[in-house]
Design a protein. Structure first.
Lengths: 967, 125
């Protein structure tokens, strides 16, 4: 028993030193006890000695292992010298046991059997034990007096302390070594130790095996009950048939005669269909379809079950007729249930077939009643190799007829349903499978009726019954692949359970066999031990086996799911790390199209103002679905993926209702729509087309998609928020920059205004006086003087012009704004410039957007900008050239924008000058003020726009003025 | 040969314009602020008055108003640093015959004045 517990703990798998030491303690104790057990029961003296030595080997280590475990529980350090010494000493004792007689001298006989006799050094051992005990107690006390001990730990330690004390009491057994012929009750104390520790484990989480124990207990109970039922059943059948046990069940003569063939085929059918119907009924689904199918399968199963037994019952037996009658009873149930199932499945109007159903039920009822009279089954008698079968009564033919009619009608219904055009591919597949499977099943099953007519078709019977089994298997396939009745999970669990039971049986059988053959010779008994032992082994490993099988079946049946889950984990992790919206969507789309192999993936995201969903494409697909769209509403209602049938049905009905064209979606060939919710808000959804493999979407796929949608919801929302946050941040930065610029300009403006103002008067006087002097031109002034004075005037005039410009620019923006239309302003500015410059050999090209672009601004200033730029363009083409004017309508950060581009075919701007383009007072023109572009840029900036110049030597210059316009 | 009055709070401007116009053969008087200007206008009865818009005390516009109140008849040319056309229009609507922007572009001034008052300033030497 100790061994068991030790295995328990180890089986949990975690390699904590606590567990190992506990295991070791258990190990030593268990083997010790085991040895003693053998010892007490063996007759052979040599063997006894050997056993004694073995036992004492283990005993040597018992104290130390217990001490070690106690240390660990008390939380003390393992690196005690004392511990190491103890191990060393134990080892010495071990050597002593095997090499000398000093420790153990031999054995003696007493009332209960043999027992080891103490040697000379034995008391030393006892001393050793005593020391360890004392040390352990001290440790316990020290720990328990520690103030800051968590409650749980305290309980654990107290319990362990108690158990430890109990164990020490087991040293009582040592008394026997000294000749006291007492009953070795030490084991009671050991048991107590175990129990207390077990309690500590279960309820105070010592070593955390609570779950394992629970599961093991459960499993043990299950297995035990299975065996019980099997045992009882066998026993009962034995009893009833006076040991004429069903020969077919014994695996040996399975294929030796046809009776067993029949039996086996019936039994197989029975089992399979019973299981299927049980599974479905267990699902507790209220769907009528499920019930219909379950009952139908159950009827067939029961028919087969009774047949299996009935054919083995000799017809002389008085119960044989009842077996056959019951068999027939269920056979009578089959036609109406079959029809009911079909009608429910193909979803036709009940009324159409109601009369059919009613008739079949009535007839069936009548026949059932008649079944218990000799009218149908008159008697039973052997038919070919069967021990009993139906001997027809007068109405039997009626039964046969009904059966055949029902089958034919049913097949016709199925056939029609199969042929009927329907857009639901899933349904179509299901129906066709059902049709063929049922056909096979009935082809195999109907010849059973022929038996009643003393006709046995050679190959068809009994192997035809396997056709029914095939029917069952097909159903399984359909269930899995085509979500027929949705019970894949239950099947999986069943498979696992079956696997476990099979494993258990195997272990049980093997061990029983081994023990029975090997150990009986030595011990003289062994059956019970063997049974217990094997049960124990099975129970212990159940957890591991369960997990192993679970993983294996998962992988085998749900390989895709397993694969999906792996990839999905990656995707989820990826999504958690990426904040970029583009990348997140890319990740999702990658997973959907590459890993899940789906065509036509569309990821739709809710836009900024929550009014609609826009498809997020790396291309330029801009499919938009309104937020109020019925598809969206439906998703909001259901909060689950919408699948092909629902989806298309829904779309069709919507189209009919609203007359709206959903061709975008239909053209999408959308098979599935998967919504993503953040709390209660629908933030995105995926529209998915067909799977590349052409298969239907099964439950695994839907589950995976749901998981993905769930993970994606938050990731997408985050990414979106991050995205818009980034944009806002960029906007803010830009606006800040603009603001700073404007501030700078304002300050500069004020400064320059002041300067200009102050400067203008002195300047005027300089020039003025020079002019006056010039005009007083008389013989007094020389030519040189005149030239000098002229220069003075000229330069002061130039300075005056500059100052005027500066003053103009720096004036606070007085005046109201007005609506300025860009095209009109551009043309007007062109008119102003064109006659002024008067270049007729300039070709003007226009590319204007038809939309009007208007904004609120200072017309005068904007005109100055256009005039300035146009003038520059013309001045760049003195020999003529091409002037390209363009007006574009754009959507930018601030909304709608108008872009004016003025491109000339002049020589372009030297890169060296480019950097000084907007520098005030920097000009390449001889008489230029160098202020034109500077002022223009600032005016545009003041209107919240941008002025950009692009130019390369030899390629002309393009000036782009972007201004926010009214929507 | 006309009678001109230059009103400006800056003496340098006054003496400049006086020299310039005198050189062109006109009779020029100057005033540094409004009160003096109005008295001179009543005394001398000039043909043309050059008014600086921004002056401490009575502004150019105020002087114009006073002139119309007193019924003084003279051509008014406003000198201002303001380049805003709207402001110029405002002056013109108040009766000014023209606006000269400061700082003066000396070379152009003659032509500008000729445009405004051809009778007075055309055919200068």
């Amino acid at each position: 028993m100790f061994f068991l517990v030790g295995l328990f703990v180890l089986a949990k798998g975690r390699k904590l030193s606590t567990k190992i030491s506990f295991f070791f303690a258990c190990l030593t104790t268990s083997f010790w006890q085991l040895s003693w057990f053998f010892l007490l029961n063996t007759a052979d003296p040599n063997f006894a000695m050997l056993i004694i030595r073995c036992g004492y080997s283990w005993i040597s280590f018992v104290p130390v292992s217990l001490y070690h475990f106690a240390l660990l529980v008390a939380g003390r350090s393992q690196r005690e010298w004392c511990l190491a010494l103890s191990y060393f000493l134990s080892f010495i004792f071990l050597i002593l046991v095997w090499t000398t007689d000093l420790f153990v001298e031999g054995f003696y006989e007493y009332s209960l059997g043999k027992y080891p006799d103490a040697g000379i050094l034995h008391p030393l051992f006892l001393l050793f034990i005593a020391v360890l005990i004392v040390k352990a107690v001290i440790h316990f006390r020290n720990t328990l007096t520690c103030k800051d001990l968590p409650q749980v730990k305290r309980h654990q330690i107290k319990l362990h302390f108690a158990s430890f004390i109990f164990y020490t009491l087991a040293s009582y057994d040592f008394m026997l070594n000294y000749g006291f012929g007492l009953y070795p009750i030490g084991f009671i104390f050991i048991l107590a130790y175990l129990l207390i520790n077990g309690y500590a484990m279960l309820f105070h989480q010592l070593a955390d095996v609570y779950v394992v124990i629970r599961r093991t207990l459960l499993f043990t109970t299950l297995v035990a009950s299975t065996f019980l039922i099997y045992g009882l059943g066998t026993y009962a059948i034995n009893l009833w048939f006076q040991n004429k046990l069903l020969p077919a069940i014994s695996a040996k003569n399975l294929f030796s005669n046809t009776l067993s063939d029949y039996t086996f085929s019936y039994a197989t059918t029975f089992t399979m269909l019973l299981v299927i119907s049980a599974l479905i009924l267990r699902k507790r689904d209220k769907k009528p379809l499920h019930y219909a199918f379950a009952l139908y399968s159950l009827a067939i199963a029961l028919w087969a079950g009774f047949a299996a037994i009935g054919v083995n019952v000799p017809s002389s037996d008085r119960f044989s007729i009842w077996w056959i009658r019951f068999c027939n009873l269920f056979a009578l149930f089959v036609p109406p249930l079959f029809l009911t199932f079909l009608v429910t499945f193909i979803k036709k109007e009940k009324r159409t077939y109601a009369w059919l159903l009613r008739v079949s039920y009535v007839v069936a009822f009548l026949l059932i009643v008649a079944n218990f009279t000799p009218l149908i089954v008159k008697a039973v008698g052997p038919v070919s190799s069967l021990k009993s079968w139906v001997i027809r009564g007068p109405l039997y033919d009626l039964e046969t007829l009904c059966f055949i009619i029902s089958v034919v009608v049913g097949m016709i219904i199925l056939y029609r349903a199969m042929r009927e055009p329907t857009t639901d591919a899933v349904f179509k597949k299901q129906v066709s499978f059902l049709f063929w499977a049922t056909l096979v099943g009935y082809l195999g099953g109907t010849p059973n009726y022929l038996l009643s007519y003393q006709k046995e078709i050679p190959i068809l019977m009994p192997y035809g019954n396997y056709g029914i089994a095939i029917y069952g298997l097909t159903l399984c396939y359909v269930i899995f692949r085509y979500r027929f009745l949705d019970i894949d999970v239950i099947i999986r669990r069943t498979l696992i359970f079956t696997g476990l039971v099979a494993a258990a049986l195997l272990v049980f059988g093997t061990i029983t066999y081994l023990f029975n053959t090997q150990l009986v010779a030595i011990i003289g008994f062994g059956n019970h031990v063997a049974t217990i032992l094997s049960l124990a082994l099975v129970a212990l490993s159940s957890d591991k086996i369960y997990r192993f099988l679970q993983v294996r079946t998962d992988r085998f049946l749900f390989q895709k799911k397993y694969e999906y889950q792996k990839v999905l984990k990656e995707v989820a992790r990826g999504m958690a790390q990426i904040t970029d919206l583009e990348a997140t969507v890319g990740l999702i789309r990658g997973f959907l199209s590459e890993d899940m192999r789906i065509e036509g993936v569309g990821v739709y995201l809710l836009n900024e103002d929550s009014s609609r969903f826009i498809i997020w494409d790396s291309g330029d697909g801009h499919a938009v679905i309104d937020s109020g769209d019925p598809l969206v509403q439906r998703m909001r209602e259901k909060r689950k993926p919408l699948i092909a049938l629902d989806l298309r049905h829904l779309l069709r009905s919507i189209d009919e209702l609203e007359g709206r064209d959903h061709s975008a979606l239909a053209g999408h060939h959308a098979q599935v729509a998967v919504p993503s919710f953040v709390q209660d808000k629908l933030v995105s959804f995926f529209l998915l087309g067909e799977k590349k493999s052409g298969d239907q979407y099964n439950q695994i796929d839907i589950d995976t998609l749901e998981t993905l949608a769930h993970d994606a919801a938050i990731a997408l929302e985050n990414a979106r928020l991050y995205d818009s946050l980034k944009k806002s941040y960029e906007d803010l930065k830009q606006m800040q920059a603009q603001l700073v610029q404007q501030e700078k300009l304002a300050t500069m403006g004020q400064l320059s205004a002041v300067i200009a103002h102050e400067m203008s008067n002195p300047l005027t006087v300089i020039g003025g006086q020079a002019k006056v002097r010039l005009e007083q031109a008389n013989s007094k002034s020389t030519e040189e003087e005149q030239r000098f004075l002229q220069e003075v005037v000229r330069q002061s005039d130039r300075a005056a012009a500059i100052i005027k410009k500066l003053l103009a620019f720096s004036k606070p923006r007085r005046g109201e704004t007005e609506q300025v239309e860009l095209k009109e302003l551009l043309e007007e500015s062109l008119r102003l410039v064109h006659p002024q410059i008067g270049f007729d050999n300039v070709m003007i090209e226009r590319a204007y957007t038809p939309h009007p672009l208007a904004l609120e601004g200072h017309r005068f200033q904007l005109q100055e900008v256009f005039v300035n730029v146009l003038r520059n363009a013309f001045e760049a083409m003195p020999e003529g050239g091409r002037l390209a004017l363009a007006l574009h309508d754009e959507v930018g950060l601030q909304g709608r924008e108008g872009r004016v581009t003025i491109k000339d075919s002049g020589p372009g701007i030297d890169p060296a000058d480019k950097s000084h383009l907007f520098t005030p007072f920097h000009s390449t023109k001889p008489q230029g003020t160098g202020l034109g572009l500077f002022i223009s840029k600032n005016i545009v900036a003041a209107h919240k726009g941008r002025l950009d110049v692009e130019s390369r030597p030899g390629e002309g210059t393009t000036v782009a003025i972007t201004l926010p316009v009214m929507a | 040969m006309a009678k001109l009055l230059v009103v400006d709070d800056e003496e340098d401007i006054c003496s400049l314009l006086k020299d310039l116009f005198a050189g062109w053969g006109h009779d020029v008087s100057t005033a540094l602020e409004g009160e003096t200007a109005l008295r001179l206008m009543e005394l001398e009865k000039p043909n043309v008055v050059f008014l600086d818009r921004r002056m401490p005390g009575m502004k150019g516009l105020d002087i114009m108003k006073k002139m119309s109140e007193k019924g003084i008849q003279a051509h008014v040319i406003v000198t201002t640093a303001d380049v805003d056309e709207k402001v110029h229009d405002e002056f013109r609507s108040l009766g000014a015959v023209g606006v000269l922007t400061k700082p003066f572009e000396i070379l152009k001034m003659k032509d500008q004045l000729a445009d405004m008052l051809p009778l007075v300033f055309k055919d200068q030497e």
